[in-house]
Design a protein around this ligand. Structure first.
Ligand SMILES: [Fe+2]
Ligand SMILES: [Fe+2]
Length: 276
């Protein structure tokens, strides 16, 4: 089976390119499941219920978040009621949301998805290693395909999680830095790994925000509004092939979609639509 993990979707440009390209991508790359990190979907920070519905309608099957999860508090009800969206598993039990999900992929496999937050150069949070152990223990036996979104700042931290979970999950894919890394590989135990999938949003930016604003505030300490940028919008994502019987990864590759590629993918679906 084949799954796609989409890196941090940033603001309206990020949501728009997903709307434009994802159906074509699912069709062309024969994707059985689409997981997306959506923590920056609402104006660059957080996720609203409307954004949630928009992404699901666009073809996203499962949503992970990160340190910006509760930036829009109206998402809390969705986190409690829906079973295709999770909070980081190392948040306190009392924090709104579920610590893992089991979703059905198009090939019929049950796929478990969980998210963990790193602790290096980030706000203190419960132990991600212990949380991973706890959730893996709780998973139903039929969920042999397991994806872990490790939302972390430091590449060393990400590599440690990849090695810690090697042979126990199908893939450990990083998010949060918004910069894709070229280290995708399958570790010796059969777990696909990549430090960071990258972001889905405007590349002509500082991590998705307007360059002039971030530069002004950084140089002068004069506070500005870090508006979401608009130039050179791309999807950064990673495709992992997994043997559904064993849960072991068999292939991993990066999949980047720029605006021209998004148009091509959109036309694939438009041509195949029976209503035209
Ligand atoms: Fe992010
Ligand atoms: Fe983040």
């Amino acid at each position: 089976m084949r799954l796609l993990h989409i890196g941090d979707i940033v603001g309206k440009p990020g949501r728009q390119i997903i709307n434009r390209a994802l159906r074509g991508l699912i069709q062309e790359d024969q994707l059985d499941l689409v997981v997306a990190n959506a923590e920056n979907s609402a104006g660059g920070s957080g996720l609203t219920p409307a954004n949630y519905r928009e992404l699901i309608a666009a073809g996203v099957d499962a949503i992970t978040l990160g340190d910006h999860i509760y930036r829009r508090r109206e998402i809390n009800a969705v986190l409690e009621s829906e079973r295709n969206i999770v909070k980081p598993a190392n948040f306190p039990a009392s924090a709104p949301g579920h610590d893992h999900m089991v979703v059905k992929a198009r090939d019929g496999s049950s796929v478990a998805v969980l998210s963990l937050l790193g602790r290096v150069f980030m706000r203190p949070v419960d132990c991600p290693w212990a949380a991973a152990d706890r959730v893996l223990e709780e998973l139903p036996a039929e969920a042999r395909v397991i994806l872990v979104d490790f939302h972390a700042e430091a590449t060393s931290d990400m590599q440690l999680m990849g090695r810690y979970l090697d042979g126990r999950v199908s893939a450990v894919l990083g998010t949060h830095t918004h910069v894709p890394t070229a280290d995708e590989n399958i570790q010796s135990g059969g777990t696909a790994f990549q430090c960071d999938v990258g972001m889905t949003g405007p590349m002509e930016s500082i991590l998705g925000r307007r360059i002039d604003r971030v530069l002004e505030t950084t140089r002068t300490f004069n506070p500005t509004h870090f508006e979401v940028a608009t130039g050179d919008v791309r999807i950064n994502s990673t495709i992992v092939d997994v043997d559904p019987e064993t849960g072991r990864a068999t292939a991993i590759r990066r999949r980047q979609v720029d605006e021209a590629e998004a148009e091509r993918l959109a036309s694939l679906v438009a041509v195949k639509s029976p209503s035209r």
